[in-house]
Design a binder for this molecule. Sequence first.
Ligand SMILES: [Fe+2]
Ligand SMILES: [Fe+2]
Length: 162
Amino acid sequence: MATSRLEDIFMMTLKDIYHGEKQIAKALPKMAKHAQSPHLKEALSHHLEETKGQVARLERVFQLLDKPPRGETCEAIKGLIEEGEEVMEKADNGAVCDAGMIGVGQAIEHYEIARYGTLMAWARQLGMTEATSLFEETLKEEKKADATLNDIALHEVNRKAA
Ligand SMILES: [Fe+2]
Ligand SMILES: [Fe+2]
């Protein structure tokens, strides 16, 4: 589809992350169940609850635009989740599996941070005040989730895995 409007790539990106978040919400319970470290388990379960709220925020943005919430397959998140599945299948040591899942989890967070940063900047440019704050709230949660995973890796899991 040819496009010359910022509004159009905004909508494309919104649909991409909406699908991505829904995939993440499906994958997180399995990862939490698989986690050996109680801290990691707790972090993943906590982020699942946040993710449900993030999906609701995205639905609010669709509503503000008077559009039905519809996703478009996010190949990036799909690929990262597949990578996570592979880690869970192949790592037969609990701590190594945890370390691998944190690696994948952080890759997902970084992708989300990039997407929400872009969406927030575009929403601001387009004068969408409420959407800008919604993206900002989610962006904060994604950054915090990334930092938490990083802490768990550096202070606990990597040592146990080595
Ligand atoms: Fe998210
Ligand atoms: Fe996230």
